[in-house]
Design a protein around this ligand. Sequence first.
Ligand code: TYD
Length: 134
Amino acid sequence: MNIDDCKLIKFKEFADPHGNLVAIEGVKDVPFNIKRLFYIYDILSDVVRGKHANRKSEFILICLNGSCKVDLFDGINTKTIKLECNTEGLYIPKMVWKDMYAFSRDCVLLCLSNEYYDADEYIRDKEEYIKEVS
Ligand code: TYD
């Protein structure tokens, strides 16, 4: 997998005078069955989260509120994406290194994944990651 496989997916927004709604269904709106979701919030602006790659997990990152940045690295190329729109999600396939940072105070980052949490499938050592993908 490389960072060209990372892409922003625009979700359909149901907007009416009462407010807005976005619905996301596994397989139909994101490229996997959703097994897990988690969200991060109240993050200090100088904190870098993520700092890992996953052997099995794919993700969709949706910034529900505020903004943050994501650096993607596939062992060769890097790409930075700013997330600030709650009607789009960043798809990240497995084996892509990710760093999330520049969180606004009000940022709420929702993450969807195709896998249950398994700490053993996380690669947290960047040198080990580079060795595995090269
Ligand atoms: P961690 O992966 O370090 O978060 P981040 O990549 O955002 O820095 O996870 C922080 C803690 O939360 C860690 O103790 C593991 C736990 N956790 C779960 O129990 N389930 C999950 O799905 C995730 C992502 C984390």
